[in-house]
Design a protein. Structure first.
Length: 114
């Protein structure tokens, strides 16, 4: 179930970034920015280079927050925090990262339950 939840979280972060960036149209070069963001969103959705793409999503959301001001500040702030959580959580079992680099499994020794 945790792997499925991470797939959903990756999809939410990717779609939120694409929608918010497309809605912003900052600096007059929206088509190049849309193409770049779509590529980052696709990588994130597929789970390819997940920590790097999620960190980039977080930075892009914070950049949009600074560029747009307070009009949709709450949504952009929450999107940035969600992307930051993806950096910490990682890609999950159902990702290309897990396929290429192997799954990371954390095992807690028996004497360290506290």
């Amino acid at each position: 179930m945790a792997g499925v939840a991470l797939v959903v979280l990756r999809a939410v972060v990717a779609v939120t970034l694409i929608v918010e960036t497309h809605r912003a149209y900052i600096l007059g070069w929206a088509h190049a920015l849309d193409a770049f963001v779509a590529l980052v969103g696709l990588f994130l959705f597929l789970g390819l280079l997940t920590p790097y793409c999620a960190a980039l999503c977080c930075l892009l959301n914070l950049g949009l927050l600074v560029a747009n001001g307070i009009s949709n500040g709450f949504e952009l702030g929450m999107a940035a925090l969600t992307a930051a959580s993806m950096v910490a959580l990682g890609p999950g079992a159902y990702s290309l990262d897990a396929r290429f680099f192997g799954r990371k499994l954390i095992k807690i020794p028996p004497g360290r339950n506290s």
